[in-house]
Design a protein around this ligand. Sequence first.
Ligand SMILES: [Fe+2]
Length: 418
Amino acid sequence: MRKRIPTSATRIGMYVDGFDSSWFKTPFLKHHFEIKSQNQLDKILQSGIDHLYIDTEKGLDVLSDEEIYPAPTRSTPKKTAELPGKPVNNPHKQDEKAFMDYIKAINELLQIDKLCLVESTAVDFDLFVKIDMNIIPLSLPRNKKGSSVITKELLASPGDLLISRCDVQKYRNYLTMIAKDSGSTQSLASKNMLIKENARILIRELFDDHGSHEKVEACKDSVENIMSSIIDTKGLITNLFTVDKHDYYVYTHSVNVSVFCVATAFAMGIKSEADLFAIGLGSLLHDIGMITLPPEVLHKPHQRLTDFETDLLKGHIFEGLDIINLYNGIPPDTMFPLIEHHENLMGTGYPMGLKGDKLHLSGKIISITNTYDTLTTSRPGFQAVSPYEALAYLRDHNSLYDADILKEFISVLGKSSQ
Ligand SMILES: [Fe+2]
């Protein structure tokens, strides 16, 4: 179908079927072509042409008709509802240099789930504990071979455990060894733990190297593994998500939200693997646009962001779209969780303020799971609320969040409590 669209809604993968402008005013010799690169897209966006035509049988369509009438409001997102949780004193205010040093250090580390470590086993990687902004190397007892040994005290200690990024492969080997040692009838808990930790490592690696098609493919495999586990267990997500976290790590959040979305969709009766895969992958990648933010904005307490920085943060939606448009073999429905995860039923979300039925089903699901995981995670300037309080907030705001979907999400959490 030939469609006239605003130039701002153009994206890679569309087939241009003419410009709504004189031939001489366009930067292209041909007016019928598929947009295959960022370079072509930039030329179109910077051409000064208001509208063009696309052929939706030869290429991608617009993401939703809202993109055509009216055009999305990138720079003036509407105010979102006030969230529960207690703003806390900003520890960063006291020492900007310490904050920058902390950001530098945290970027070299990977948070691991303490539940994956088994008491008395040996590890050949260094461990660090993070309490607030303090990152402390741990000194563990050694066995005869000189390897560090996991102790009961370590497993009971407060704070997040971290490893150095250069030890990721050693950590993977450790997880594989633990899973094997759990016997030929590998328990669901250790199997899911392995799936989850691998997914977190992969998404972290993709964020560091978002141009790697190999890593994108590995992330797709991770989504398949998450899906298979949920389908095989008829909806159980025990150990597929991280509960024990004391700070916001975008990779941990991404995997949690993806698991919640797939399980909720499954509980709602969506059994098509293609549909589950699209929502799983879209929700795994929903915050990929965050990688374009300066780290100091990403880690800054939201209440301290300037208007400019807030706009920059909200721009992670379109940045994310630009990134995933570069990937091959991404199902078109993958876009919906990414573009709609900050929308809500009232139309007071961003970036487009989509309302009610204008939201895709996966958008309605992720608006719930994304809010839940955000509320239950502490971050600089925000003290997490309990799962119960987060669910009460979602239930009390039924004008924003779909009550039937929320019911299914609660049942998923209920039968998988860890
Ligand atoms: Fe987001």
